[in-house]
Design a protein around this ligand. Structure first.
Ligand code: PAF
Length: 282
């Protein structure tokens, strides 16, 4: 398995792959890889000649410095995991300087309002950081296709907008959420959950499934109230937000229109660990 740390090295080899007309599937990650990431990498391998996985904990997308410090960094085991999948994978694990140069600043993007909804309200500057790092990574890796999990559905929609704004030719592929048997959506942050928190957290997906069942028969405000009530009896999980929103612009709704696609979105704290999830409703 080839692991690149230097921007110039990977840029040089990518140029060779391009000359040879090889297609590149790209999976950007922040490491601490789990089965959800591996499913993305597997798909990238199936649909392309080469799969490149970046492992980079991007400082500019953290609005909470404690979260950045505590974010798991497990490069050696990540590389081992990827080599067990295929020897055709290339890893790009740069330092911040290789990605940003000497100025680690975010570009201030206008994602046509997508950035102000949900995560955007609670994590100021987060999507500017995501957009900026992906602009850099896409220009280094020159991918044919890039793969993102639907767990971060708002991020996925924003990446689609980013590619439009930056006029990049990469095709963005959204992939289904990968879950534990308990229903908990896989996330690198799950590694920080205590057993008690792990036992409590399947409630999040159970609630989303119930909302999906009741969607269309109960009003949006009844569903919102019902979700809030579910968290009144647990001290382990604290609801940050629950919203039913349009897939297209992620705007919250109060009334349902049968011709429009909706998803329910949720963010919950287990102590200081933030868990997000979502579900397609129709
Ligand atoms: O989803 C993530 O892990 C990150 O936001 C990404 C896309 C790798 C950018 O740092």
């Amino acid at each position: 398995m080839q692991v690149y740390e230097k921007r110039l090295d990977i840029v040089r080899d990518v140029a060779t792959f391009k000359r040879e007309k090889q297609t590149i599937g790209f999976v950007p990650t922040m490491g601490a890889l789990h089965q959800g990431h591996l499913a993305l990498v597997q798909r990238a391998l199936e649909e392309n000649d080469i799969a490149i996985v970046s492992i980079f904990v991007n400082p500019t997308q953290f609005n909470n410095s404690e979260d950045l410090v505590k974010y798991p960094r497990t490069l050696d085991s990540d590389v081992k995991l990827l080599s067990s999948l295929s020897n055709k994978i290339i890893v790009f694990a740069p330092t911040p300087n290789e990605v940003y140069g000497s100025q680690m600043n975010s570009i201030s993007y206008d994602f046509e309002g997508l950035e102000h909804e949900m995560e955007g309200k609670f994590r100021p500057g987060h999507f500017d950081g995501v957009g900026t790092v992906l602009k850099h990574l896409f220009s280094i890796v020159s991918p044919t296709k890039a793969y993102f999990g639907e767990k971060d559905f708002q991020q996925l929609q924003i990446v689609r907008k980013l590619v439009e704004i930056e006029k990049m030719s990469v095709q963005i592929i959204g992939c289904p959420i990968y879950r534990e048997k308990s229903g908990l959506a896989l996330s690198s942050r799950n590694k920080r959950l205590t057993q008690e928190q792990l036992d409590a957290s399947p409630l999040i997906h159970k609630i989303l499934q119930q909302v999906k069942k009741d969607f269309g028969t109960k009003s949006v405000s009844k569903l919102n109230d019902w979700v809030s009530e579910q968290f009144e009896n647990t001290e382990i999980l604290e609801l940050e937000y629950f919203e039913i929103a349009k897939v297209s612009d992620l705007k919250t709704i109060t009334k349902i229109d049968n011709d429009i696609k909706y998803r329910a979105f949720i963010a919950v704290f287990a102590d200081k660990i933030r868990l997000i999830d979502n579900i397609a409703l129709n």
